[in-house]
Design a protein around this ligand. Structure first.
Ligand code: SAM
Ligand code: DTB
Ligand code: SF4
Length: 330
């Protein structure tokens, strides 16, 4: 019998100076060593059996001016989607109450905008206040923001702002041409400076190469402060979008991406995000083992399907997982 004499070195410190060669080395570890290392970091920072659950609602759907190649909501793509104007506040609050009743701790509202108008932000602030009054944490994703809009959302009590980098800077222009990587970094800087928690991650399985995945995670980890929440989405391929039909990613590479995110951002919630309807329970269990400790919960993401809440509850039961991790104290 041969025993590996090299212990898996699990550096537990929070760093902001990750280099590509180091991250490539993590991705190249034997799978078991990578998962052990990720799990070690995970256990040093979190209850390993606790998952935070957020529900999503599309508060304004479709007709978006941007050309994001993955997105069914772009007006430039020919997806089979019915556009909908910004929802009335009372309807949003009804959906938030249903999400709470199903067990969500955070309610995320997404709008298909390049950037909101000031009057839209006022309506969103009303939604945020109403959702908070229900005892839920709040998150919104509205596109790019001005300083004034960011301040208004903070004043309105918003807990999290979601704005993704999506991929590496190099691959970005293959996917999106109507706004730059720097635009995204600027919005993230505004949100951080305003004191709102940052939710920022990306999408894999878009035809990027392994270095693009490593570079996305490095961009996130080398931000001045790690995002509190890091959604890792598997591309949901939607008919009519330019990325429909792209070669799908090896599921174990997806698990490795989660594990490396966990190691690079030890104190962040890593969210197993879009794409779960194409993953079986065993795959999702591996993602949790690799350090994912948050999911989107409820039958819809924004416009595409997500597993039914009762299906997730059964999965949690099988795995001995409990939900929690809300920072909200009413
Ligand atoms: N319009 C705003 C924006 O782009 O910032 C907010 C909504 S946008 C739909 C939020 C995020 O959803 C995107 O940044 C992207 O990461 C993710 N997303 C959109 N379509 C997706 C798809 N087909 N598969 C996986 N993730 C997707
Ligand atoms: C994130 O990273 N993923 C969510 C949320 N943030 C807004 C959105 C996923 C959208 C998947 C495609 C859709 O349902 O339209
Ligand atoms: Fe518009 Fe956001 Fe979709 Fe891009 S990801 S097309 S900005 S809704």
């Amino acid at each position: 019998m041969s025993v590996n004499p090299q212990p898996v070195n699990a550096d537990l410190s929070v760093r902001h100076d990750w280099r590509l060669d180091e991250v490539q080395a993590l991705f190249s570890l034997p799978f078991n060593d990578l998962i052990f290392r990720a799990q070690t970091v995970h256990r040093a920072n979190f209850d390993p059996n606790e998952i935070q659950v957020s529900s999503l609602l599309s508060i304004k759907t479709g007709s978006c001016s941007e050309d994001c190649g993955y997105c069914p909501q772009s007006a430039r793509h020919d997806s089979d989607l019915t556009p909908e104007a910004l929802m009335p506040v009372d309807e949003v609050l009804k959906a938030a109450q249903r999400a709470k009743d199903e067990g969500a701790s955070r309610f995320c509202m997404g709008a298909a905008w390049r950037q909101p108008k000031d009057k839209d932000v006022e309506r969103v602030v009303e939604m945020v206040q109403g959702v908070k009054d229900l005892g839920l944490e709040t998150c919104v994703t509205l596109g790019m923001l001005t300083d004034e809009q960011t301040a208004r959302l903070k004043e309105g009590g918003l807990d999290y702002y979601n704005h993704n980098l999506d991929t590496s800077e190099e691959y970005y222009s293959e996917v999106i041409t109507t706004r730059t990587y720097q635009d995204r970094l600027d919005t993230l800087g505004r949100v951080r400076d305003a004191g709102i928690n940052v939710c920022c991650g990306g999408i894999v399985g878009m035809g990027e190469n392994p270095d693009d995945r490593a570079k996305l995670l490095i961009e996130l980890a080398n931000l001045p402060k790690h995002p509190e929440s890091v959604p890792i989405n598997m591309l949901v391929q939607v008919q009519g979008t330019p990325l429909m039909g792209v070669e799908s990613l090896d599921p174990l590479e997806f698990v490795r991406t989660i594990a490396v995110a966990r190691i690079l951002m030890p104190e962040s919630r890593v969210r197993l995000s879009a794409g779960r309807t194409d993953m079986n329970d065993e795959m999702q269990a591996l993602c949790f083992l690799a350090g994912a400790n948050s999911i989107f919960y409820g039958e819809k993401l924004l416009t595409t399907d997500n597993p039914q809440a009762n299906q997730d509850q059964l999965l949690f039961k099988r795995l001995g997982i409990h939900t929690g991790g809300s920072n909200y104290s009413a």
